[in-house]
Design a protein around this ligand. Structure first.
Ligand code: SF4
Ligand code: SF4
Length: 168
């Protein structure tokens, strides 16, 4: 039958020589390839002692932002959740009470805000959709975890520390 391509290879069916039966040529060839790779640039790094530099456009873990007075910027409008193609964001809105103006910038805030990092594809659409500059993707990534629930990041994990509280 005619071959469709010229890539077919004839199988060598000659009987093996004595040296071939001892696998000496094959071992020598394999060692040659190993030595060749010793002097080549390594494709891997010794993580976590050594870390790769991220690309300038790298998109990592999300951060919920505060304003210059330390108040939460998110107003639980839900635009990020609507824009998310992976449906990774869930939230519950709550109304700001009198006396909480120093905590939340808007009259409505996210009482609960969660991102499932196992669903997230780090596309950055949530950051682009946010009208309040409340969410952005940082240059860190989610550490490994043995449990699925460990990848569901709540407000405690996402919110940046209050700069005012840190200066006290
Ligand atoms: S980065 Fe993309 S996939 Fe991840 S939460 Fe934001 S919009 Fe959804
Ligand atoms: S992070 Fe931005 S887009 Fe998402 S709910 Fe909060 S204010 Fe709206």
């Amino acid at each position: 039958m005619q071959a469709l391509t010229n890539r077919a290879k004839q199988v060598d069916r000659r009987p093996m020589t004595f040296a071939e039966k001892l696998y000496i040529p094959a071992i020598a060839k394999g060692m040659g390839i190993t030595f060749k790779h010793i002097f080549q640039r390594k494709a891997t790094v010794s993580y976590p002692d050594q870390k790769r530099e991220f690309s300038p456009v790298f998109r990592g873990l999300h951060i919920l932002n505060r304003d210059e007075e330390g108040r939460e910027r998110c107003t639980a409008c839900g635009l990020c959740a609507v824009a998310c193609p992976a449906e990774a964001i869930t939230m519950e809105a709550a109304e700001r009470k009198p006396g909480e103006e120093h905590l939340y910038r808007e009259e409505k805030y996210a009482a609960r805000y969660e991102i499932n990092m196992l669903r997230c594809i780090f596309c950055g659409f949530c950051e682009e959709a946010c009208p309040k500059d409340a969410i952005y993707l940082s240059e860190t990534f989610a550490p490994a975890n043995y449990q699925r629930k460990g990848f569901i990041y709540g407000k405690d994990d996402l919110l940046i520390p209050d700069p005012k509280a840190q200066n006290k």
